[in-house]
Design a protein around this ligand. Sequence first.
Ligand SMILES: [Zn+2]
Length: 261
Amino acid sequence: MFPHLYSLCLFYVLLFAHLIYPGRCDQHSGKAPSAAGDKLAEPTTVKDLLNSEKQFEKNLEKVDPGFFKHSAAAQHPPFLLFGCSDSRLSEGTLFHTAPGVVFAERNIAAQYYEDDKNGNAVLVYATAHLGVHNIIVMGHYGCGGVAAAVTSTVNSEKDAAKDPIEAWIWPIRDIYLNSKRAEIAALRVKNKKLKTIAAPALNDTGYRALVEENVKANVQRIHKSKAATGYKGQKTSIYGWVYDIATGDIKDLGVTVSFGK
Ligand SMILES: [Zn+2]
């Protein structure tokens, strides 16, 4: 009898928590969000943004006194992230990590190109100077940069070069136009019949496959880069992950490669 009573009480406690935090409950545990137990801030003004940071500072100093003094001495991040600029992919929040853990390069659709000075500077500084030995390329389902590559009408790299966004996403467009992966080919065939191509739905299998293939291509570009092939330091691995904005889950694409000793 008692286990039933306990279950009933737990049900009402969870129901109450869900009413207080609508849409923000942890789907698995039913508890209020964030490991710290606090609802995350969603400031809309600069003033509120600064207040939120102040609160973060106070909380961190409370649970880890002297953190900022220690952190200011040096950084030794174990991870380099190539991620998308999308505001829903804030790495410190997603991985629930303190400042100093993830060295990050974020741009539209989590791209690395051999001729991108910024990407190369980040890559070389992270590996050769900071000693990072885990590189994560993390795309996400629902990526606007990948969707733009599908809806684009530009069909050559030369034409893409005329527009900054088209030029940046051209390699994704190239995958979309030429990939033999069944889901992407099916999306291509479906879109060919349309006069106007709308952005694909979040759960469109072709769109999701293109997000994954884009991540894989970036893992390969980093692996083949001069920065990686000329690297003489410790063994460094490159991982390809996709973050699901609809669930919070991360999918490891199983395309890990390594360089270095
Ligand atoms: Zn994105």
